[in-house]
Design a protein around this ligand. Structure first.
Ligand code: NI
Length: 173
């Protein structure tokens, strides 16, 4: 397993619509392992493949909330929302590709998601709370969408400018 480099916004690869995965090959299982390792190392609660430059429909999550909770890694290939609640919820959201920036985003409180697991088996589950928030954020990544897209243009520009500066500093270091 390898900790991979996380792309920082703005980056054209974070704006692409990712390709469906047809067959879950050993290479894709390794990619899922790398993504989990990268997510835990960051640390974060979710990561989408395009964030490490792999334009495939694959996300990983672990939203176990209690401080001493057992790790609960979930790997989702080709995830799609098949239902969302009318009830919405506003929560502070962040992103490993937009470090240290947080803003309130409104999304459906619950979603039902269909995906394929590591063995290629079809799965379907309803998510709520932090899991619902995270899975919607990660599926957005597969469609080239970032949480800053839900903010006002002014707020988005402010955050984007900070990220450009951060990337410049990191390139110099
Ligand atoms: Ni993100």
């Amino acid at each position: 397993m390898t900790v991979r480099n996380i792309l920082i916004h703005p980056d054209p690869r974070l704006r692409k619509c990712c390709e469906r995965v047809d067959e879950i090959t050993p290479e894709l299982r390794n990619l899922a392992d790398d993504m989990l390792q990268t997510m835990y190392d960051a640390p974060g609660i979710g990561l989408a493949a395009p964030q490490i430059g792999e334009l495939r429909r694959l996300i990983v999550m672990d939203c176990a909330e209690e401080p001493n909770a057992q790790p609960s890694p979930v790997v989702l290939f080709n995830p799609e929302t098949v239902w969302n609640s009318e009830e919405v919820e506003t929560r502070d959201e962040g992103c490993l590709s937009i470090p240290e920036q947080f803003a309130e985003v409104q999304r459906p409180a619950e979603v039902r998601v269909r995906w394929e697991d590591l063995d290629g088996r079809p799965r379907e589950e309803k998510f709520d709370g932090l899991w619902a928030r995270c899975v919607q954020h990660e599926i957005d990544h597969l469609n080239g969408r970032l949480f800053v897209d839900y903010l006002t243009p002014l707020k988005r520009q402010m955050i984007t400018r900070k990220m450009v500066k951060l990337k410049r500093e990191r390139a110099r270091a």
